[in-house]
Design a protein around this ligand. Structure first.
Ligand code: HEM
Length: 460
């Protein structure tokens, strides 16, 4: 053990500590139980085993916020600063390695991070500016996507049972992705399947390659033929951005939209298990519910690693230079110190970390919140009854190191017949480009979309 010159406390050697496996049955069923056990044994930072690799797990609110905000000098997101990785002690087939080693803004520091991050800020700006043409078209397209999904769900009749994860929460962001990317749907379907594999394994490396190839093709297309879409606005933001850089950045998009789908599903759980919510379906109330769920059950529960650049104290330990720290947003929100500050209104519910903080803070929180608000609002507008078809405590949750959301959401429904939108000309098979074209989204034959959505219905 080497002493830490600043505080004289011994620098902990992660691999010599007893490590608790993090991703256990308990963690899948109720992560809060595991967080509390780790907090009781080790305080706000604990040594854990993550799929066979030792990491520090930070679940203290102040500690997580500190690491997020003190990025760059002490904390790095570059995998090269992970001592075990640099010394070849991380297995090449470790399921999360291709994600941690990704070469995009999410995993860079300093100038390189600022440059790539700037491209996102500028690329997303038109879609997040209230009243802009892009934002209004996107909002209209989102409403149409919700109605398309509901149309397919209720094709067999105004009442029945559906799986709101497979048939609504997860496909909705896929349709928004196609609108933002300006790509055709069929290409989108394969991209979602590969994205699930990228985040949850297995074959995350294969999924990474396939997604990258699809996005590289798109980047080259947009370089030569701009559209009113995200890739084009990102290219306009920085002329030096290469097709490869853009493709690597866009590779993250599918992931973020999966977080959004997960947030939507978590809000739906909140709404269908609290019938009182139905009375207050105003946008404001739903947006507040989205914020509350981001606090109580954050979709992105744990974040990718930070690596200590120097020996540094965090919680009760001095972390050795080169050690990885996994930041737990859901653990931080359950930190009794934060929870009591909330209760005593010392902190507002907006002080949560669901969108991160510091230089890597989410640049798309407005868009993601709007997507969740519109998707949930439309569901409550269109259905007069939504009942969970299983007891809430029997819901099964996706086994993921990062995401917290139900695997499926069986719900018995009754359509509000007065809410069915009037069919438009766009429904005609073989018809020319439909009014949807003016939405800038993929307006080619709607039958393709319907076929894709029906396939989802058969999956449940
Ligand atoms: C519910 C949905 C979402 C959640 C919970 C979420 C949350 C987050 C969080 C916590 C981070 C910081 C990660 C870190 O510090 O390691 C982040 C970063 C980021 N998010 Fe989001 N996000 C969501 C949706 C989106 C969407 C829809 C987009 C794009 C359209 C997006 C784009 C980004 C980008 C580009 C970064 C990286 C920023 C950087 O590293 O500087 N996110 N997001």
């Amino acid at each position: 053990m080497i002493s830490d010159r600043t505080s004289g406390s011994p620098v902990e050697n992660l691999i010599s500590l007893p490590l608790e496996p993090l991703l256990t049955r308990d963690y899948e069923t109720d992560p809060a139980l595991v967080h509390e056990r780790l907090r009781a044994m080790y305080g706000p930072v604990a040594p854990v085993d993550l799929l066979g690799v030792p990491v520090w797990f930070a679940s203290g609110y102040d500690e997580v916020l500190h690491v997020m905000q003190n990025h760059g000098d002490v904390w790095s997101k570059r995998v090269d600063n992970w001592r075990a990785y640099a010394e070849g002690r991380v297995p090449a087939d470790w399921p999360l390695l291709s994600l941690m080693a990704a070469d995009n803004s999410g995993f860079h520091d300093g100038d390189r991070h600022r440059r790539l991050r700037g491209v996102w800020d500028e690329g997303l700006r038109p879609f997040q500016t209230t009243g802009s043409g892009q934002a209004l078209r996107l909002e209209r397209a989102m409403l149409r996507f919700c109605d398309d999904l509901i149309g397919v769900i209720t094709e067999d009749g105004p009442s029945g049972q559906m799986d709101l994860v497979v048939q609504y929460g997860r496909p909705f962001p896929l349709l928004v992705a196609n609108h933002l990317l300006g790509v055709a749907l069929e290409r989108g379907e394969e991209m979602v399947a590969d994205h699930w594999r990228l985040l949850d394994g297995p074959d995350s490396a294969g999924a990474y390659q396939r997604l990258y190839a699809a996005l590289l093709e798109l980047a080259t297309l947009k370089r030569h033929r701009r559209g009113d879409d995200l890739p084009s606005h990102m290219l306009d933001a920085d002329a030096s951005l290469t097709d490869e850089e853009l493709a690597r950045e866009l590779l993250m998009l599918a992931g973020f939209l999966d977080f959004t789908g997960s947030l939507i599903c978590n809000v739906i759980v909140e709404v269908v298990t609290n019938p009182g919510m139905r009375e207050t379906v105003s946008v404001g109330a739903i947006e507040e519910t989205v914020n509350r769920v981001a606090l109580l059950n954050p979709a992105l529960a744990n974040l990718t690693f930070r690596y200590a650049r120097t020996d540094v104290r965090l919680g009760r330990f001095v972390i050795a230079a080169g050690d990885p720290v996994m930041l737990s947003v859901s653990g931080a929100h359950a930190d009794p110190r934060f929870a009591s500050a909330l209760r005593d209104t010392i902190r507002s519910t907006r002080a949560h970390l669901a969108w991160g903080a510091g230089p890597h803070r989410c640049p798309s929180r407005r868009l993601a919140t709007q997507m969740a608000t519109i998707a949930v609002r439309r569901l409550l507008d269109r259905f007069s009854s939504l009942q969970l078809a299983v007891p809430a405590d029997r819901l099964s949750w996706r086994p993921s190191p990062f995401i917290r959301t139900p695997r499926s959401l069986p719900v018995a429904y009754r359509l509000d017949q007065s809410s069915v939108p009037a069919p438009g000309p766009r429904q005609e098979a073989g018809a020319g480009p439909s009014p949807a074209a003016e939405d800038g989204g993929d307006a080619r034959p709607r039958p393709g979309l319907l076929a894709f959505l029906r396939k989802l219905r058969r999956r449940q």
